[in-house]
Design a protein around this ligand. Structure first.
Ligand code: GAL
Length: 421
């Protein structure tokens, strides 16, 4: 027997009421329905959890009578969370809200009819004026807006262990890829066999995207995702070869490591470098590791590869009122400060005060204003989830077989299947 979604929700509501009265609990049910807001993320630990905790504290202040429920599923970049979420959405048992990347990834949920239009709330909360016009453009589909961005992260950053580099006589950031390779050799010569810390599939895709930006330049790079640059371009082949060379400096157990495991290699002095988004700044801070440096991936110039975490109102969310209060907090000046000061990202709002932020974010805020912006596939601003999955598995295969032609062929095929011109 198939039940309508309304019938299922009604039944779940009755069950919740019965459970609440049976247990004498008062955080469920009542006249207005549930007062719990289940927030589904993959921010379970370290700097990611610290950022979420900041937001939760602000939510407690702004949304009296509502209770935060942590629905986090651990795993960098949502590797596990997205699978769990997909099955909950499929079964019409959504959380009250979930994180989704602005751009192509958000479009997946919109196209599937899984999230609500919240344009009217944007108007009443004054959000259209609060965010930069370009970001509003990225969030708008057929004149409607479906999510509230919490931040802007930068993906194309290399994090370093300053002591490891100093021991190898390295005092400056490398200007280009050749200089980076030379520095990797210097660290290797000091007995650190794999100076470039790397994790599994999506972290490899990130490193490759940075190499692509260097080899193709920002404009052609962006064209890879909108169909104006051909993935058969010889420069893509060059980028794969450059990436392959970088792999010779990376730990061979990479395919079993999440980004935090690779980060630990840097913290422990077993590696000197890791390419990772700037959530790493917050994570290193949360873990008390102070001796780190950073630079934009060599050859990327002033390109800022951006991504934005945003929160949505799923269709059939149990507690719409509480979720809207969460979304309002996410978009507010106080909410963005509470979150971003601890998350390594910069606020999506334009009215933040840089002096309120740690040193890294102050630099990122300044860069964001003058940078050339390009999107990220590994983090959904450039490509859909289907494309991400195809790319991740191509990199998983390449990590073992190192077959340049096969990787380019797989990337060409993925683009052919998923590009939306
Ligand atoms: C990204 C997300 C970031 C950070 C990162 C590592 O996809 O946008 O906020 O959580 O994954 O898990």
């Amino acid at each position: 027997m198939r039940m309508s979604r309304r019938a299922v929700v009604a039944l779940v509501g009755v069950a919740a009421l019965l459970t609440a009265s049976a247990c004498g609990s008062d955080d469920d049910g009542g006249e207005g329905g549930s007062t719990k807001v289940e927030v589904f993320t993959w921010w379970a630990d370290g700097g990611e959890k610290a950022g979420l905790d900041g937001l939760v504290t602000q939510f407690g202040t702004d949304c009296a009578g509502q209770t935060f429920e942590n629905g986090a599923v651990a795993g960098g970049a949502g590797a596990n969370a997205k699978t769990v979420l997909a099955s909950r959405l499929q079964q019409n048992t959504p959380p009250d809200t979930f994180q989704a990347h602005a751009g192509a990834e958000l479009l997946d949920y919109i196209d599937a009819g899984q999230i609500e239009d919240i344009s009217a709330d944007y108007d009443s909360w004054g959000l259209k004026q609060a965010f930069p016009a370009g970001l509003i453009g990225n969030l708008t589909v057929d004149g409607k807006i479906y999510s509230v961005p919490a931040n802007i992260h930068r993906a194309n950053v290399v994090w370093t262990n300053k002591k490891v580099l100093a021991d190898a006589g390295i005092t400056e950031a490398p200007k280009d890829l050749a200089a980076f390779l030379a520095d990797l050799d210097k660290v290797k010569a000091k007995g650190i066999a794999t100076p470039l810390a790397l994790g599994k599939d999506w972290t490899q895709l990130m490193l490759f995207e940075s190499v692509l930006i260097t080899d193709l330049g920002p404009e052609k790079f962006t064209g890879l995702w909108n169909g104006t640059t051909d993935w058969n371009d010889p420069l893509v082949g060059k980028a794969i070869n450059d990436f392959k060379q970088l792999l010779t400096y990376a730990n061979t157990d990479r395919d079993a490591l999440d980004w935090t495991d690779a980060e630990k290699l840097v913290m422990d002095g077993k590696a000197g470098y890791q390419l990772m988004g700037d959530w790493e700044a917050a994570d290193l801070d949360a873990k008390g590791f102070k001796d780190y440096g950073w630079f934009t991936f060599p050859g990327n110039g002033t390109t800022f590869q951006w991504l934005a975490d945003s929160f949505v109102l799923p269709k059939g969310a149990p507690n719409v009122e509480g979720t809207k209060c969460w979304l309002k907090t996410v978009g507010s000046a106080a909410g963005q400060k509470a979150f971003n000061t601890r998350k390594g990202s910069i606020p999506a709002r334009t009215d933040a005060t840089p002096a309120d932020y740690p040193q890294y974010q102050q630099a990122a805020m300044a860069d964001w204003k003058s940078a050339t912006q390009v999107p990220s596939c590994a983090h959904g601003s450039a490509c859909s989830q289907g494309w991400q999955n195809a790319a991740n598995s191509a990199f998983g295969a390449f990590s073992t077989n190192q077959d340049v032609a096969a990787l380019q062929k797989a990337l060409v095929a993925a683009a052919g299947q998923f590009v939306k011109k």
